[in-house]
Design a protein around this ligand. Structure first.
Ligand code: F6R
Length: 616
């Protein structure tokens, strides 16, 4: 979690603070408990404030920092120490020589603090970060060189970290190091940048370099020098950032979430683009697994968390059906603690928007340690999970800023369909013409999603009567089941309303006891072209209706049977069964977003959450 920016410009440049603040505004989705910025002009000056970035901006408006060419900034998601001004980053060393920002957790901070105390240096904050500033200052005194001092300091640290630091007497230099936390370098003309992700500097440059695990970078206005923690020089190619700065702003919508719901047709379309080779076969983005190994796999385990895990549930139905390979779906944080049965014939599929979720990263590492191959479905280029996996399939959803996932979810589902079809083709379960038929059906999905979004006014109209409901239930069968789970999660995290998703068949085994007069129950109704499945859901629908529930159905156009029992029907276009989630989830996203807005809640940054969960 936490967003980090560092900037260094030409000696006479005065824009360092502005560049860093702009970067922080784009990174605020990573954490918004506090924000701070520091500059060096021969001495270090810094301002930090608890709460959202606006509090820092207000403070800087009345008490501006001195003009400087060198600056660092931070937007925080709290781990150690409450969200106070004092605990906000940057942290200044005891002697004022060093200021630094940090993302991650320093696991041995207590031990480091004890060592400092023996030298008479006491902590003034409750954070794990502060001790790093003091240690770096001591090393700097000894080494006389900021890069060498940071190398010596990281050698003492345990845990996960991205650290970005400046020294009072070294304007024109920013140093940064990473272990298990993200860091990218932005390349400018006579200026350079570092950031937690490319959003930190996408408004300034389109050229970037990924930083590897256990690497350190020193940037000056004219140079970028990367080395490993062992001091070995690293040469790395730059890449072009294909997210434009506008993609990271709201595009005319009131909230990022509304914008991202509307981005979904293009998220699906872009994820499908360019997947066919000239020979007519499907391709992955990065494949570091021999195809003969993929032909031999006998089990797939999907590891993911939250919404991404629900995308994995959908994948199970599609991949098992198309490839006849058993698929398990496991919450990443449970995976390694249950001693999973994994072999070199297991393909572990990690699904993650950020590519930085610590629980998923640890599951990936555990799977690889056990000899499994890992294929990652990731939205963020250069992220840790993408780098550490044997193969990568990128979702091209673009930056997802709202904390609650929407467009990343449909892009993840789309990517899992591509993976299923890729494996089916590779292993001979499907002929290429069959794969092309499925791809054509997938290519039709963006327009179908647009058709659902076009009914948003009718969906929003539902919320006026729902503002005070205490519980909402979501029921679905087959691929409608993970959609029900996702509908419930969206409502919980956005509108702070208790919500439960159930497999509709489970209803009579207990949850039906919750149903009382006027209890809102959403049904994700399967296509009537699957009559058995459809009929079963209709029975469930009648069971709750008979007990006085308010029934809201997401059902296909032309499904006349539901109208008799439903209080409200939201229509989705006719869609092949396995592809249903791409359209049926959309009304639930719109509903949750609208209900949260109706309740006056912060849709983009719900309480207690952060976009990228980089702690276990
Ligand atoms: C919910 C949501 C989370 C994430 C989960 C995994 O709206 O966004 O449940 O899906 O934290 O995050 P990633 O996909 O970044 O690994």
């Amino acid at each position: 979690m936490c967003g980090i920016v560092g900037y260094v410009g030409a000696e006479n440049s005065t824009r360092a603070v502005d560049v860093v603040l702009e970067g922080l505004s784009r990174l605020e989705y990573r954490g918004y408990d506090s924000a701070g910025v520091a500059v060096t002009t021969g001495t270090i000056s810094q301002v930090k404030r608890a709460g959202k970035l606006q509090n820092l901006l207000d403070e800087l408006a009345s008490n501006p920092l001195p003009n400087s060419a060198t600056s660092i900034g931070h937007t925080r998601w709290t781990t150690h120490g409450g969200p106070t001004d004092e605990n906000a980053h940057p942290h200044l060393s005891f002697d004022g020589s060093i200021s630094l920002v940090h993302n991650g957790i320093i696991e041995n901070h207590a031990e480091l603090a004890r060592e400092l105390a023996e030298q008479g240096i006491e902590r003034v904050t409750q954070t794990d970060t502060e001790v790093v500033a003091h240690h770096l200052a001591l090393s700097y005194k000894k080494e006389g060189d900021l890069t060498k001092a940071l190398l010596a300091t990281v050698a003492e640290l345990e845990g996960s970290f991205t650290i970005v630091a400046i020294a009072a007497d070294a304007p024109g230099t920013v140093v940064a190091a990473r272990r298990n936390s993200p860091l990218v370098v932005g390349l400018g003309d006579g200026e350079n940048f570092v950031g937690s992700d490319v959003a930190a500097f996408v408004g300034q440059t389109k050229r970037a370099i990924e930083m590897g695990q256990d690497e350190l970078v020193t940037i000056t206005p004219d140079s970028v020098t990367i080395q490993t923690f062992e001091g070995e020089p690293v040469e790395r190619d730059e890449f072009e950032i294909n997210w434009n700065a506008e993609a990271a702003v709201k595009g005319g919508f009131n909230t990022f979430m509304e914008k991202e719901i509307h981005d979904q047709p293009s998220a699906v379309r872009d994820t499908l683009l360019g997947r066919m080779s000239e020979s007519g076969s499907l391709m992955l983005d990065e494949l570091r697994i021999d195809e003969s190994i993929l032909r031999r796999i006998d089990k797939i385990i999907v590891v993911a968390c939250g919404t991404a895990a629900y995308a994995g549930h959908v994948a199970k139905y599609a991949i098992e059906h198309w490839c006849r390979i058993p698929v398990e779906v496991e919450l990443a944080h449970e995976f390694r603690y249950r001693d999973p049965v994994v072999s070199e014939k297991t393909l572990v599929v990690a699904i993650t928007q950020s590519g930085e979720t610590m629980d998923t990263l640890m599951a990936v590492r555990h799977a690889r340690d056990q000899g499994a191959k890992v294929l990652a479905i990731v939205n963020t280029h250069g992220s840790t999970i993408a780098r550490e996996s044997d193969a990568v399939l990128y979702t091209h959803a673009g930056p997802e800023v709202a904390v609650a996932s929407t467009k990343a979810f449909v892009a993840q589902i789309t990517a899992t369909y591509l993976l299923g079809l890729y494996l089916a083709q590779l292993r001979g379960n499907k002929y290429s013409d069959e794969v092309i038929t499925y791809l054509d059906e997938l290519m039709a999905m963006p327009d179908k999603i647009t058709a659902v979004i076009s009914q948003e006014d009718e969906i929003k109209a539902l919320v006026a009567s729902m503002k005070d409901v205490k519980t909402v239930l979501f029921l679905g069968r087959h691929v409608g089941y993970p959609v029900a789970l996702e509908g419930a999660l969206k409502l919980k995290e956005l509108a702070y309303i208790h919500a439960e998703g159930f497999a509709a068949g489970e209803l009579k085994h207990g949850p039906i006891a919750l149903v009382e007069e006027d209890q809102p129950v959403f049904f994700i109704v399967p296509t009537p072209r699957r009559p058995v499945l459809h009929a079963k859901v209709l029975s469930n629908l009648q069971e709750v209706k008979a007990r006085g529930a308010r029934v809201l159905c997401i059902a296909e156009e032309g499904d006349t049977a539901v109208a008799e029992y439903a209080d409200t029907v939201i229509r989705i276009p006719e869609t092949p069964t396995l592809l249903h989630p791409l359209v049926s989830v959309v009304p639930l996203q719109i509903f949750a977003c609208a209900l949260a807005t109706e309740k006056g809640l912060d849709v983009d940054q719900p309480r207690n959450l952060a976009k990228s969960v980089t702690v276990e």
